[in-house]
Ligand binder design. Structure first.
Ligand SMILES: Cc1cc2nc3c(=O)[nH]c(=O)nc-3n(C[C@H](O)[C@H](O)[C@H](O)COP(=O)(O)OP(=O)(O)OC[C@H]3O[C@@H](n4cnc5c(N)ncnc54)[C@H](O)[C@@H]3O)c2cc1C
Length: 377
């Protein structure tokens, strides 16, 4: 029998959707381009917020399991100036509302919570088309097709489902991360490890920044942020080990323990340009189809994307369960709440308040007045 809901994409949004549907006794099939759960590295740490991502995990009945994968101590946070001065240093005292997990662990948790066979691996969607009456046909790169009464695009930034609803395409946001990893940092990269501390480290500069997380064990994952046109990055060969010193040149005069996060990379350099859809992206209701997560509201990394994708998944599932036999009302309910929820980028003041309450530290305020803070958050 045809599953009730056809989901494209087994990212965090699509998987929460499938899980919460399952809890309500509603069948779903998730079609995923990757050949297997381990086909692609899943990226670094995610802080899962008590006001969105954790609510989704609660709806998925997975909060206790989530607690088991939280990396203890990683809510520690410090800000450094480019010369290496620590202007703010907060230990993880266990009271923060943004516990950190490895993205792969979170995805694994969700995958394990689905009935076997829910995710159909290695099924890359090539195109979709309306058949009328709210039905859609999904065409795969392998030549196969499926038809469905309820199609959900959870297929991220470059969604193949989005064109059914909107002409919007992601645009380059003017900045990119260059990612590096430093392994065994406490023994092999001591100065950098001390600079990063136990959790997140942010060293913002003018149109640039060095940000890092301490991942599981003593792996450091750094995000080197640069505001440059795409053509500037095109001129750098990121497959060449010399790319690290080229990027480090942009940080001449910065403290060596910070630039070590570039020059001492154990993983080479990976370029990640930031793209976004127009803020407040929305569409008119189209029968039988909707979007969750980045497919609906991609923005350059701001610490909310994965959290919002999961909340979308949970809320859409709840809306579908609340309106048995009335797909259109369910999708309208979901979109009515989702559009405003995702139409605003959190402001720096909101971030500061969520981290420090009414009393942000003085040195930090001065640094941030000169330089806007950057992710990771
Ligand atoms: C460098 C970086 C750091 C970030 N840090 C954070 C953070 O700290 N906190 C946070 O909340 N967010 C963060 N984000 C944002 C977050 O990663 C995304 O917002 C989130 O992953 C969106 O989830 P999703 O399920 O909508 O899409 P995705 O996670 O992109 O999942 C989409 C899935 O669809 C699949 N797919 C794509 N195309 C097809 C196709 N044609 N056919 C079949 N399957 C397809 C993909 O393989 C993928 O599995 C960061 C993003 C970046 C780039």
């Amino acid at each position: 029998m045809e599953p009730a809901v056809t989901i494209i994409g087994a990212g965090l949004g699509g998987l929460v959707l499938a899980r919460v549907l399952h809890l309500h006794g509603i069948t779903a099939a998730v079609y995923e381009a990757d050949a297997s759960p381990t086909a692609r590295a899943q990226g670094g740490l995610l802080d899962i917020h008590d006001y969105n991502g954790q609510l989704a995990l609660e709806a998925a009945g997975l909060l206790t399991a989530f607690d088991r994968i939280v990396l203890q101590g990683r809510q520690a946070m410090r800000f450094l100036t480019p010369d290496g001065t620590v202007v703010f240093d907060k230990r993880d005292d266990g009271t923060g509302g943004r516990p950190e997990v490895q993205r792969a662990d979170l995805r694994g948790l969700l995958l394990d919570a689905l009935p076997a066979g829910t995710v159909r691996w290695g099924r890359r969607v090539a195109g979709v088309r309306g058949l009328g009456g709210g039905r859609h046909e999904v065409r795969f790169a392998d030549g196969g097709t499926v038809e469905t009464n309820l199609l959900v695009g959870a297929d991220g930034a470059w969604s193949r489902v989005r064109p059914l609803l909107s002409d919007a395409v992601p645009e380059y946001a003017g900045e990119a991360y260059v990612e590096t990893y430093l392994y065994d940092a406490d023994t092999r990269h001591r100065a950098a490890a001390r600079a990063v501390g136990d959790g997140s480290m942010m060293a913002p500069g003018d149109g640039k920044g060095i940000f890092a997380h301490r991942e599981r064990g003593d792996t450091l994952h750094a995000y080197i942020s640069l505001t440059r046109p795409l053509e500037w990055f095109d001129a750098v060969d990121f497959t060449d080990p010399a790319a690290a010193s080229r990027i480090a040149r942009e940080f001449d005069g910065w403290a060596p323990e910070l630039t070590a996060l570039i020059t001492d990379t154990d993983s080479g350099t990976t370029l990640r340009p930031h793209y976004g859809l127009p803020l407040g992206h929305r569409w008119e209701r189209v029968p039988g189809v909707t979007l969750v997560g980045d497919a609906a509201h991609l923005v350059p990394p701001n610490g909310e994307g994965a959290n919002l994708a999961m909340l979308d998944g949970a809320e859409l599932a709840r809306a579908i369960a609340a309106r048995p036999g009335d797909v259109e009302s369910a999708l309208a309910d979901y979109e009515r709440a989702m559009f405003p929820r995702t139409a605003e980028v959190p402001r720096d003041e909101e971030l500061m308040e969520s981290l420090f309450g009414d009393n942000p530290p003085e040195g930090l305020l001065e640094l941030l007045a000169e330089q806007p803070p950057g992710p990771p958050r």
